[in-house]
Design a protein around this ligand. Sequence first.
Ligand code: FA5
Length: 333
Amino acid sequence: MTKFSKVELEKSVDLAKKALQEATNEWEINQVRSKYLGAKSPIQSWLNDLPGLSIEEKKLQGPLLNQAKKQLEQLARERIEGLLEEQAFPPIDISTPEYGQPYGHLHPISHVLSTVYDVFSSLGFAIVDGPEIESDWYNFEALNQPPEHPARDMQDTFYLKKQGVDEPDTHLPRTQTSAMQVRFMEQHEPPFKIIVPGRVFRNEDEDRTHSWSFYQIEGLVVGENVSLSDLKGTLNHVMRAILGEETKIRLRPSFFPYTEPSVEIDAWYNGEWLEMAGAGMVHPQVLENAGIDSVRYSGFAFGLGAERIAMVKYGVSDIRYFWRPNFRYLRQF
Ligand code: FA5
């Protein structure tokens, strides 16, 4: 039968108290608890031996052991509660400028957008905002793409549903910032020069150069005698101002139902041409859809991809890096 001395019990209690004070989380506290109060702990084995002792010894040792056990249990509970409180209300001194953490910074796409704003502002363009949820009319129909038009396939998208109605609604997350063309022209008399930056959404498989949501910068210039050479000169200047004087761009014939002629603008990056923008002369029917006299006025429009600019500017090989929360990567900018 194991007996214990008062000194041995006090030593065990002191060690347990010290370990509980030093534990820094609930898991560590529970480890201490099982070491000093668990089935294999000295206190528990002394308690197990109590029934074999004489009545006098039981009277002497029983209360001491129970008191020690109660005291340690209570301390463990208090430590856990204290830790929970510390976590719920971390001590924050808001007068301290930083806590040894690195400062936050702009996302690379925000950097690109602010450079784009500077360059276009210096050319006299106004910066205009548009809705991310758009009607089918402004996103497609007013741009010469009635329902069933094959060009809609190039911008497959998500459609919204009204609550409780099975049929798809006529609203959608915009697939292109071109949706702002007719909206803006309905409200303004030419001449004007605008850019419309913003997020667009497509039902698109992701790969190295394609994302299901990305930023575009729409450009729209309408006035008298606006020509394709104005478009070429403007985009040449803009791409060089953003990417550097040595930047090579090329215009390639293309098709958009709302521009005639239509072009694609590519920039040379890492040994290949990367498509940066779709563009062209605004189709006369689009001007008419917005109530603008297409005999007197002409215009050009373009849609630049902000991530594509950032890929070239920062030498990024995969567009998906921009929207993954990988801080080791994003911190570099
Ligand atoms: C358009 O969206 C047309 N609205 C552009 C336009 C505007 C044409 C005005 C004529 C007049 P496109 O789908 O090609 O075209 O997209 C334009 C640019 O957005 C591309 O050149 C590219 O830079 C970028 N882009 C297109 N799809 C993606 C994608 N999935 N991920 C990232 N960037 C993209």
